[in-house]
Design a protein around this ligand. Sequence first.
Ligand code: FMN
Length: 483
Amino acid sequence: MTITTSPLTTARDGADSTPAPCTEAIRLTRGATFDGERITAPFGTLRLKELPSGARAALTALAGEDLDEGRITALVVAGDGEAGLLRWHMLRTRLDNTGLLEHSVTGADGTTLARLVTVGRGRTTLRPVPRDAVRLSRHALLLPADGTLSLRAPGSPLAVELGPAAAPFLARLTDWTDAARIPAPLLRLIATAGALNPGTPEDDPEREQRGGVQWHPLDLAFHTRTRVPASVAGYGGTYPFADRFPPEPVAAPAGDGPRVPLPVPDLDEIAARDPSLTEVIERRTSTRAHDPGSPVTVDQLAELLYRTVRIRATFTGGDGQELADRPLPSGGSVHELEVYPLVTNCAGLAPGLYRYAPDRHELELVREPGPATEPLVREARAATMADDDPQVVLLVAARFGRVMWKYETVAYPLILKHVGVLYQTVYLVATAMGLGVCGLGGGDTSAFAAATGRDPLLEGTVGELVLGTPRLTAPGGPADREE
Ligand SMILES: Cc1cc2nc3c(=O)[nH]c(=O)nc-3n(C[C@H](O)[C@H](O)[C@H](O)COP(=O)(O)O)c2cc1C
């Protein structure tokens, strides 16, 4: 590494740009310590055998502050002589290969312009400074974090933390611009983090190619954050805030509304009358139109809920979180999903929005039918393009905190997977019972928040199905079979 003096332009565009020097430096990655023989970082330990005194002095200094190449060289040479520099450079490459170094760029005013940091696990290979036109990737994200803006590229284990002085250059990089108008060291860090468009103005894959065009930046960030483990600090159960918040109980506390006890179905009797699994799977279909003259009964609703989402047992995990056993599976047995039957036409049950208490097998009235529940019914009806309101909408809500107490990067995708599991379980049981069901692809969690008064950051809808007795046009066939 050399001390680089680059033309650092001011915030203003055009010919009046003023060159200013900037300095490149490195330091050990944050959270890393050096005890003379090994570097211990949050993501692992690197043992360094028989380190000469100069290299040890350099590492000790780098554990505490940014050092430019001149200062590092002076420390190494003072201890190990000129001959020690070759070994030092090999060691520094090793540190970059294990993501143990941060690279910073300081502006003429002494403030940090940018800092390349390791946010996942992987090597840091500084990329060459682009010479021609440059532009930020349309998939790059800028997130505020602890007094800096963190520039991220999907799937990269590196991020660039940007100081306020970098803002004008970022603004320029929102469109193709001459690389010479951006300080080279800054550009190198942004390129190394993978946040530059990989193409050229004439050949821009982010505008021309299916993979670059179709992905929305937020979806790609979500996808890579959850499917590229090396791009994040922790994967699986990381218990990110377990020291600040207790785990939530497996069964939500009972609400204030009137309770409706449900009949407990006889599973032996059900097993005797149920069609075979093969028959159910082969018969399963989506049914959107319901028979208004013959609504689903409260006994049927009770049976469906009991057979799909009741809590069969609870137990405590090794981490102290209360877990559940239900007919449907759930990652880590966490079971964060709640079902809210929104009833418009059910024999034996007054219309309204209920919550199914899976531990008590009863319904709790959350909201009488009215202006707060109507948008939810309307949404479901519109989603199925049905002529009539669905007899019942099963709103599927997640108590996010149950999953997020344990999981971090995989928390939300896990919830969505659970929704799929629930959909299919409901589809199969409803089919076995001769009921019509259709999963929906979208819903309005703010309408759910308005109807329930739930804090949408703590509990919100993540899926919905419509349920009812199928309307038959002719004996044996549902009216709305999709071709
Ligand atoms: C996750 C998911 C979302 C769906 N979203 C809708 C929807 O919003 N509206 C709708 O009418 N059908 C919806 N469906 C039903 C599909 O259209 C249906 O499964 C598909 O047409 C195949 O028909 P089949 O289920 O009868 O086999 C959804 C199904 C699933 C699994």
